[in-house]
Design a protein around this ligand. Structure first.
Ligand code: HEC
Ligand code: HEC
Length: 149
């Protein structure tokens, strides 16, 4: 008997919670769109590229990829192949006329520079991303720290 009462009480509490969650609707940065609802897909954007490099926004930023990387074969990164290193590796960047991968990416666990890239830096697109011609989804007041101490 006692157990049934506890179960019934738990049910009531859960129902009360559900009702209150519905009452206070939370406004997300997506505005009036309900939280579980999907936004309409963004319009297709043109890629944004530069010759040379994009200016960095903050000092510690992994530089933005200056070119497109949508050719799935050319830019593939897997166990056997790394399209990015084909041009950016220190062994061949000069021939490919590409900027060399940062020296920091060749430092091994012992703190010394190696000939091969540190495997922690192998998946380039984990940190380096290409750019699109798009307006920010949400306005913000971010100020970079490039040029500050
Ligand atoms: C065919 C050669 C080639 C390949 C492959 C390539 N890049 Fe590049 N990359 C370049 C060149 C050349 C530049 C200099 C900008 C320019 O002129 O396009 C560059 C610029 C960059 C920069 C800007 C560097 C800076 O200092 O701001 C980054 C980051 C970069 N590439 C990352 C990548 C990543 C990540 C991949 C793989 C997904 C990749 N690249 C594949 C040739 C290549
Ligand atoms: C864990 C994040 C991370 C990964 C993975 C990574 N990078 Fe970087 N990369 C950075 C950061 C941060 C910088 C800027 C600071 C520095 O030089 O270490 C940078 C700098 C660079 C630069 C500019 C060098 C310069 O002298 O201005 C190039 C080119 C580059 N990375 C290419 C690559 C390529 C190609 C790969 C994949 C083989 C790769 N990175 C993987 C974070 C990363």
């Amino acid at each position: 008997m006692k157990r049934i009462a506890i179960i019934a009480l738990a049910g009531l509490v859960a129902a009360a919670f559900a009702a209150s969650a519905g009452a206070d609707s939370v406004t997300s940065l997506r505005g009036a769109t309900d939280i579980p609802a999907a936004n309409p897909a963004p319009a297709e954007h043109e890629p944004k590229t530069v010759r040379g490099k994009f200016e960095r926004t903050f000092k510690e930023q992994p530089p933005l990829v200056a070119h497109t990387i949508d050719d799935a074969r050319k830019y593939k990164i897997n166990l056997r192949q790394n399209g990015c290193l084909d041009c950016h590796d220190k062994a061949n960047y000069e021939e490919e006329k590409a900027p060399m991968v940062s020296k920091t990416h060749y430092i091994g666990a012992d703190g010394k520079e190696k000939e091969e890239i540190n495997k922690g830096r192998y998946f380039c697109t984990q940190c380096h991303v290409p750019q699109m011609q798009a307006e920010p989804l949400v306005n913000n007041t971010f100020v970079g720290n490039v040029g500050t101490k």
